[in-house]
Ligand binder design. Structure first.
Ligand SMILES: [Zn+2]
Length: 319
């Protein structure tokens, strides 16, 4: 549970976030049970993918298939993603300290940077190996075993996708459902490795390095998406639609003439700074209770917001 840092900041707890690093749909009841279910689904999926990627890696070494190697690296970097996200999540739960007064939630964003590095590293490695296979004309051997490896990749990712999808829909977790879609796409990537090996079996040895390059591009795409997400968070980027919703919620409170809102993410917590303009003649007591109403209104209408800081400002000219 997130703590309330100042007496005038109200925490909404963890209801608008999941354990995986992204904001998710609002979960109305049994929050703790849902979080446990999400955690279990992610942990079991990571184990399944670890087994899948490990088997593929062994068969890639046996067969010299770079398509299979790239797919194995992709699956294993997905596993490391879950591991790093879990670690970041654990650190981010620590209470604020005299030095880190906003808490440790940015640990999740730093963990995200680590994840991005792992993904880019495996893309570079897969690309180099595919290039070497292309120019060195190394033969792909044990084609049957290689195809079996690619089939393991397809089946493993499909099973994980179905499992995460069914748990995600049951507990209404948008993150898990999105993760299931990712695993479904990863099964398509394994299918690419299989197609490459079938081409080799049909007498087209370039099928495998081409599959390797295709999967490399796929890994790079995932790397780009993860990196742009994490960098946007670290740069305090907030969806303008969320800010617009916050401004109109604040402006709807009687007594508020207009309102400006700024926001930033720390980990999965969105912090909003709301500045409502009011009549300069408003008393201190009245403006304090108005600030309280603005805070409640914004927290209610913006599900993503975790902390709302209201600073009432007298308008330049009374209207
Ligand atoms: Zn993936």
């Amino acid at each position: 549970m997130t703590r309330v840092f100042h007496h005038d900041h109200h925490s909404k707890g963890d209801q608008s976030a999941s354990d995986e690093g992204k904001p998710i749909a609002f979960i109305p009841h049994d929050e703790a049970g849902h979080r446990r279910a999400a955690n279990r689904a992610l942990a079991l999926s990571a184990l399944g993918l670890f087994a899948t990627g490990g088997l593929e890696l062994v068969l890639a070494v046996l067969t010299h298939s770079v398509g299979l190697l790239s797919d194995a690296l992709h699956n294993l970097s997905d596993v490391s993603t879950s591991a790093v996200v879990f670690l970041g999540f654990r650190i981010s739960k620590r209470q604020p300290s005299p030095r880190f007064t906003y808490g440790y939630e940015r640990a999740e964003d730093l963990a995200g940077l680590g994840v991005a590095l792992v993904i880019w590293g495996s893309a570079v490695f897969a690309g180099i190996e595919s290039y070497r296979k292309l120019v060195d004309h190394v033969a792909t051997t044990h084609l049957g075993w290689g195809m079996a490896g690619a089939v393991i990749g397809i089946v493993g990712n499909q099973v994980v996708a179905r499992y995460k999808g069914s748990v995600g829909r049951k507990i209404q977790s948008a993150t898990l459902v999105a993760d299931a879609r990712h695993s479904w796409l990863d099964a398509v990537s394994s299918l690419g490795a299989l197609v490459g090996l079938i081409l080799v079996a049909m007498g087209h040895p370039l099928g495998d390095p081409i599959a390797g390059f295709a999967i490399t591009v796929f890994i790079a795409h995932v790397g780009y998406e993860v990196t742009s997400d994490v960098v946007a968070h670290l740069m305090d980027g907030v969806d303008p639609a969320i800010l617009a919703r916050s401004e109109s919620a604040a402006a709807n409170v009687p007594g508020v003439l207009s309102a400006t809102v700024r926001g930033r993410w720390t980990g999965r917590s969105l912090r909003l700074e709301v500045v409502p303009e009011v009549e300069p003649t408003l008393t201190v007591g009245a403006s304090a209770s108005l600030a309280h109403r603005v805070e409640r209104e914004v927290l209610q209408s913006v599900v993503e917001a975790r902390f709302v800081d209201v600073r009432v400002q007298p308008a330049d000219r009374p209207s």
